[in-house]
Design a binder for this molecule. Structure first.
Ligand code: SF4
Length: 326
């Protein structure tokens, strides 16, 4: 049984202008110890998936359908996050089983509180620790992410970008969750610090057999860490499979174009590809395949009917009429 099973998830934003179908029928699984990379251009629904997994899509968003099954080995129970009461989510799932490394460390930290107090807060509130027990755990967590104890007494503005990002990772690990979602964890960091943070995440995942969902628009980061990759376009997963398959044998035209847009240091210097056009308005997405206005292989059927996911290799699935039977 997978640790997490997302089935036909729909998360919509109910705005005054209409309903934005940000995540529209998304399904995937995550095994214990697996790193899943969720990639796609900005606005494709990656972050909405992340927030939905915590049962808290940003307002005016709501989970409109589907299931998010989380298997809790310790309790011997399976929860459906998509259909759980808020109180139960807070006491059983959020931060304890699934936590999140937020996008942009500075936004995740409160400037007026010391770092140690901020890491201690969920330990006191959610794990019922005393202040002293919480501070001992704070030191343990800081050391785990490669920071020394004195950082606990500092304010966020006294830390470098890399140190702040480590603190945010320590916060996400506070209650020892089974799954950590990292949303653009290295955005705004220079390449050296970026590499350090990725190494840290690899180490933390490997030591505890923790599962990670890594969300980024940067496929080179996913190539470093992920076992499995899901490519999202306009609120849907269009291709999913083992990392080696996605990077060496991509089957969806969108994936192929995304990969061509990664700069390479080795090999012949090619002109970087770009994907002409923009993703559709998710308030009124086109019928059929949502990629057809930008797809170099678009056919008549693509404009009329939505392609279903088909298996094109071991555990490798793609939604494209080039592979589906008509
Ligand atoms: Fe292109 Fe058609 Fe495949 Fe969509 S279904 S990606 S439009 S070939």
């Amino acid at each position: 049984m997978p640790l997490l099973e997302v089935k036909n998830l729909k998360t919509y934003y109910y705005t005054l202008r209409g309903v934005v179908k940000a995540v529209d029928d998304v399904s995937f699984t995550l095994e214990k110890g697996e790193v899943l990379g969720l990639a796609g251009e900005s606005g494709c629904g990656k972050s909405t998936v992340a927030w939905s997994l915590l049962g808290m899509p940003p307002s005016p968003g709501r989970i409109a359908g589907g299931h998010i099954y989380l298997h809790d080995d310790e309790a011997g129970e399976t929860y459906d996050i998509a259909n759980m009461a808020e109180e139960e989510l807070r006491s059983k799932v959020r931060w304890r089983k699934i936590s999140m490394v937020f996008q942009g460390a500075m936004n995740a930290l409160t400037p007026v509180h010391r770092v140690g107090d901020q890491i201690a807060e969920p330990l006191i509130l959610h794990a019922g620790m005393t202040k002293e027990e919480a501070m001992n755990r704070v030191v343990e967590l800081l050391n785990m992410v490669g920071l020394d104890d004195t950082i606990a007494m500092r304010y966020p503005h006294e830390l470098s970008g890399g140190q702040k990002q480590r603190v945010v990772i320590a916060m996400a690990l506070a209650l020892d969750p089974d799954i950590v979602i990292a949303d653009e964890p290295t955005t705004a960091l220079d390449v050296v610090v970026q590499a350090q943070i990725l190494n840290l995440m690899k180490e933390l995942q490997w030591k505890k057999k923790r599962s990670i969902i890594l969300i980024t628009h940067d496929l080179s980061i996913i190539a470093e860490l992920a076992d499995k990759v899901a490519i999202m376009y306009a609120g849907k997963i269009v291709e999913i499979g083992p990392s080696s398959e996605i990077f060496n044998n991509p089957q969806h035209p969108y994936t192929q174009l995304l990969l061509k847009a990664i700069p390479r240091l080795r090999g012949p210097i090619d002109k970087l590809a770009y994907i002409p056009g923009t993703p559709p308005d998710l308030m009124s997405p086109p019928p059929g395949c949502r990629f057809y206005p930008r797809c170099p292989y678009a056919m008549d059927v693509c404009m009329r009917e939505e392609p279903e996911m088909v298996e094109v290799g071991k555990d490798h699935y793609v939604a494209c009429w080039l592979h589906s039977k008509r």
